[in-house]
Design a protein around this ligand. Structure first.
Ligand code: ZN
Length: 178
């Protein structure tokens, strides 16, 4: 198994909209396997293909029930509202309370090409929305309110000038990295 370097905030690959996977073959399965390994190593609970530099519509996640892979996901319906302290493996060490729909209905395919239809709320619903955003080239920073965003940009700008040093665990916050 191989692990990938996770692309970080500022990498243009994170701003690009990913392409539909036309054929679910062995290469896609291998990519999913390596993405799962990368997610566990990080550690995080979700990872989108473009976070490892692959411009395809697929994400992996594990919310405690084992690894799952969703190919060509779509959110067909979202309702309600839920606030969660959300972090991202591509923006490490930072998290913000972000309001998004509380429940979503996601469709897609598994690695055998079977159609999936999953209703998810709260945390799992949040993972789905976060990963879908990645596949559409959107980072969580863009989901912040005006004040949060101003603060985030200042931190990220300072960080770009002075790369992280020391113990990264010291920066870990309450939210899960997705
Ligand atoms: Zn993320």
């Amino acid at each position: 198994m191989t692990t990938f370097a996770i692309r970080q905030y500022g990498d243009p690959v994170l701003r690009q909209v990913t392409k539909v996977i036309e054929e679910i073959d062995g290469r896609v399965a291998k990519l999913a396997e390596d993405m799962i390994e990368t997610m566990y190593e990080a550690p995080g609970v979700g990872l989108a293909a473009n976070q490892v530099g692959v411009q395809r519509r697929m994400f992996v996640y594990d919310v405690g029930d084992g690894p799952m892979v969703i190919v060509n996901p779509t959110i067909v319906e979202s309702t309600g509202e839920w606030t969660y302290q959300e972090g991202c493996l591509s923006v490490p060490g930072l998290s913000w309370p972000i309001v998004r729909p509380g429940s979503v209905h996601l469709t897609g395919y598994d690695l055998d090409g079977n159609e999936l239809s999953i209703e998810a709320d709260e945390f799992v619903g949040r993972v789905f929305q976060h990963e879908l955003d990645h596949l559409d080239g959107i980072l969580l920073v863009e989901r912040l309110d005006e004040d949060q965003r101003r603060e985030a940009k200042a931190i990220l700008r300072a960080r770009a000038l002075e790369p992280l040093t020391g113990d990264p665990d010291g920066l870990h916050t309450l939210g899960e990295d997705l």
